[in-house]
Design a protein around this ligand. Structure first.
Ligand code: I6G
Length: 674
């Protein structure tokens, strides 16, 4: 078939694929489904196999080089890659802005009028990428600023970096500089895969990015989840005269390169401070690690006046956040029992401030991790706290290990109920199989049952759950519905009024929905989205309980592992007894029927999805929205009714805000589905 393609058709198909990649990776507005892209890609590959002489350097098939390198060649930078000065406090920021305002006395009236281009400072690896006649020809690490290493083959594997520039006004020579990072979600996924496949696990996303770029086999780099964000330019020939750094970045973006959507232009010292605080607040939720923000005087003529001190520009600085890694000493190692019986070793630490927060505990994840890191009581360790993630021990400082330490051994029995622990073949975690008869699992199970996404029991906090279990008042979730006021008010720090409120909260929770009830059971691998799918597809509890694996895997987004967890849960007689007791206690929900079009809540509404979703996959969210009657489109316009924004939502979110369109999150969709 593909033999019938002309060279022009080949060229058009290649351009079409590059255009789709741009919309997917750079402008975050995919225009075709992944499967359609894959089909076109395969078609291109077939044409190239039949016509090897046609293969273009910027064909998406050319991203991965065949052969590993034997070493990295040295590259001399045409313009040195400078470094940035740092400020670590409000006082140092004042010194920076005042110095600038003084030097610009003749040009600007006061520091309050100076505009700064501001951006998050990504924690990755700085690189320079060179395009000649619009084609990517070379990429290099920063190295010592004068000479770096040639990492062209690895850079080409990063899908968001175009192999050829977009547009018509393309310079003969164009060098772009920026940071290569490993996004947090990709880092977590990669490490999971690496653990399962005996590959090297990265201590943090920065090491992930650096290690991947220093990989001699581009085939391996291609498997690493890397992203790139441009922050400045190097040599450009012929010169492209622009007046502001923010205009330079807009131009870089128009050439098809990714520029961080959090970049902004702020005014004066207070603008810088506000930006720092605002990005600091967003830091835990970002999908990439940052270690501060960067301010640059936006006016390029003023940058010229300000010039440089040794190797750093006077017109820019990095305002650093408090470090997210610190060293401290392991005082003890305990194990914790989770809701599903998983046994997690936890390092008890000498208190240390990490990223502005005092840390006293850090997870050691599981038995394999403790062995791999060989963390011992008495060791000095690096502790890392990234965003809202539980602090973790990154590595041991072996040089500081005291004499006489012994390797940590996991217990053979549950520290809470003394049941023998076991490890399922192929799983990293050790488990206590006692289920709800283990008090630790009972407590965690009840907390999950009562949580906001579950039965949403007002007034039942974690502490109270622990008190109720410790007092022997509840042995399973159904016991909550038989509590008496006299029992609850007898607990420590429980006044009569609070006891009444709790019982009222418990009683109110009886009126629920089927997806909430399914979620609250705490079946392994069944989160909010799967609970919704089960309810929507199978309609009633009896059919969900009776469904076999074969039936379950037919449901959207239910794989064999999830199906197996569901059937195993319902095969345990004590689980069935608890469900029956909950129903006997009066828990009820309205029938979960598919809506007829007349009652569809999003009938005639247009919804745009943007950003990274965490509850649903994109395809799932789209399907649910369509089931609710909505039309799901890719571009935000005046006809859009809602923009459903996930993490790191970019230009579509800004556009929605500018047009005054309602911006909603996944919780909104969950509520509608419930
Ligand atoms: O905007 C920037 C971000 C990060 C930078 C930068 C950087 O270094 C890691 N370095 C320089 C020299 C400049 N901008 C100008």
């Amino acid at each position: 078939m593909s033999n019938h393609f002309s060279h022009e058709e080949y060229h058009a198909l290649k351009e079409q694929l590059n255009e789709h990649a741009y919309h997917y990776y750079v402008s975050d507005e995919p225009q075709i489904a992944d499967a359609e892209y894959d089909r076109l890609y395969r078609q291109l590959l077939e044409i190239e196999q039949n016509n090897p002489e046609w293969v273009a350097a910027d064909s998406p098939t050319q991203r991965i080089a065949d052969k590993p390198l034997s070493k990295f060649e040295q590259v001399k930078h045409a313009l040195p890659m400078l470094s940035l000065g740092n400020v670590f406090s409000a006082k140092e920021l004042t010194e920076f802005t005042e110095r600038i305002s003084k030097l610009l006395e003749k040009s600007a009236q006061s520091v309050n009028q100076i505009e700064f281009s501001a951006e998050p400072k990504l924690d990755g690896l700085a690189v320079s990428i060179r395009y000649e006649q619009g084609q990517l020809v070379q990429a290099a690490t920063r190295g010592d600023g004068q000479t770096g290493e040639d990492i062209t083959a690895n850079i080409k594997t990063i899908q968001s970096i175009p192999l050829s520039l977009r547009g018509t006004d393309i310079p003969d020579v164009f060098e772009v500089r920026g940071e290569v990072v490993m996004p947090r979600d990709g880092f977590a996924k990669y490490n999971q895969w690496a653990l399962a496949n005996d590959e090297k696990v990265f201590a943090n996303p920065r090491n992930g990015a650096a290690g991947s770029l220093r990989q001699l086999d581009p085939k391996k780099t291609a498997k690493r989840p890397l992203a790139f964000y441009a922050y400045s330019i190097g040599v450009v020939e012929p010169a492209h005269n622009l007046a502001r750094h923010s205009e330079v970045l807009a131009w870089v973006k128009s050439l098809g390169l990714p520029v961080n959507h959090l970049n902004d232009v702020v005014t004066g010292h207070s603008g810088c401070e506000d930006y720092y605080k605002n990005i600091g607040r967003q830091r835990p939720d970002l999908n990439f690690d940052i270690d501060g923000v960067v301010y640059k005087v936006d006016d390029l003529a003023w940058q010229q006046i300000l010039g440089f001190v040794t190797k750093s520009p006077r017109w820019a600085t990095a305002h650093k956040f408090p470090a997210e890694e610190a060293t401290t000493v392991v005082e003890n190692i305990d194990v914790q029992v989770g809701r599903t019986g998983s046994i997690t070793p936890v390092a008890r630490l000498k208190p240390v401030t990490v990223g502005g927060v005092t840390v006293t505990n850090a997870t050691l994840h599981n038995e394999d991790e403790v062995k791999r890191k060989d963390v011992r009581v008495g060791d000095t360790v690096f502790v890392r706290r990234a965003g809202d993630v539980i602090p973790e021990v990154v590595k041991v400082v072996l040089a500081k290990r005291p004499d006489g330490t012994t390797a940590f051994a996991m217990p053979s029995h549950c520290p809470v109920c003394d049941t023998a622990l076991h490890r399922v073949e192929g799983e990293a975690v050790l488990r206590c199989p006692a289920g709800l008869s283990c008090d630790a699992q009972l407590k965690e199970g009840i907390k999950h049952f009562a949580s906001r996404k579950g039965m949403d029991i007002e007034g039942l906090g974690d502490k109270l759950v622990e008190q109720l279990v410790d007092a022997g008042l509840i042995n399973n979730p159904a016991d909550l519905y038989h509590l008496r006021e006299s029992q609850v008010s007898g607990l420590e720090r429980m006044a009569q009024k609070s006891a009444q409120n709790l019982l009222q909260g418990i009683a109110q929770s009886k009126d629920t929905t089927l997806p909430r009830f399914i979620y609250s059971l705490g079946i392994r691998e069944v989160g909010e989205a799967t609970a919704l799918t089960l309810a929507k597809e199978l309609k009633n509890l009896a059919d969900i309980m009776a469904a076999d694996e074969e039936r379950l895997v037919e449901l959207p987004d239910v794989g064999s592992v999830v199906a197996q967890k569901i059937t195993s849960y319902f095969a345990v007689p004590s689980n069935i007894e608890v469900i029956e007791a909950l129903l006997d206690a009066g828990i009820h929900w309205p029938e979960f029927e598919s809506r007829d079009s007349g009652s569809q809540p999003l009938q005639d509404q247009t919804v745009v999805l943007t950003g990274k979703l965490s509850v649903f996959t994109r395809a799932d969210a789209k399907r649910h929205l369509q089931d609710l009657g909505a039309k799901v489109t890719s571009a935000v316009s005046n006809n859009t009714n809602y923009v459903l924004a996930g993490e790191n939502a970019g230009s579509k979110l800004s556009k929605a805000e500018a047009l005054g369109i309602a911006v909603v999150d996944e919780a909104w969709l969950v509520d509608l589905l419930n």
